[in-house]
Design a protein. Sequence first.
Length: 293
Amino acid sequence: MGPNDGAEVKPRPSFSTMPRRISTVRGREFGDGVRATLAAAGLTSRAACQLLDWDEAKLSDLVNGKGGSTELELGFLLGICRTPPLERDHLVTIFRELNVRGWWQQHGASLPIMPRTFIEHLNAATEFISWSPLLVPGLLQIPDYMRAITLASATAPAAEVEDRVAARLAMQEVFRRQLKCTFYVHEFALRLPAGGAQLMSAQLHHLLRLSVRPYITIRMMPTEVGAHAGLAGPFITMKFDKIEPVVFLESENSSLFIEESNSVDGYKKVLASLDRTALDAEQSRRRITELAT
């Protein structure tokens, strides 16, 4: 892993416009990173190639993960862009594993405030589906709920609480482009009084307001169902226009991006089972209304 894995950065331009090809999470992040490095240096592709005495096709192949360049040549490119050391080391590390599917990112003592790879994929997604058995899903949380769960964390530094709240709120900007979202959430998560009963009531009313938006579907897994297919834990599936779906899992201080089709298919089966057993959207609204009052 590179020293900048999961580093905190502002969202990059979407890679959803890339032509369909064999693509990996690492490769997409590398391509976006190189493009951002060129932009930060004020260089067009043509200008960079003139400085390096490259054909423009060579730079295009590098950015799109098609090979044809060495690590040394990448170093020359990053050098003329005056790429900051952490980002330089990150891109060089990814370059060595561009075609490796699946990415376990270890973040150290705690999760990053703004998880780079997740944000880049969130901003490119055309559909977002999550299963959350213990907490209200992050994209649906109100600020006070975010503060309550962050303060309860054993690993998130107290000094970072407001920065983490701001980062989560920034992720919710995807609703401005009406990203199609389906949230499966267990009744337990909606009954857990994070921050107290009054705060939780406000959070539930927020869910009700969001649930009437045509691009947001909230479906509750009622406690009376008992054992169900989602017992292994929470996960997120993101779908895209021109690349294959990605499954995202997050733990206390690491993240996992799953890309292999057989593994992704396993999560599709879990979602299909949740779809059969969870309450529908209208039933869920009625139950959430009962809990909120």
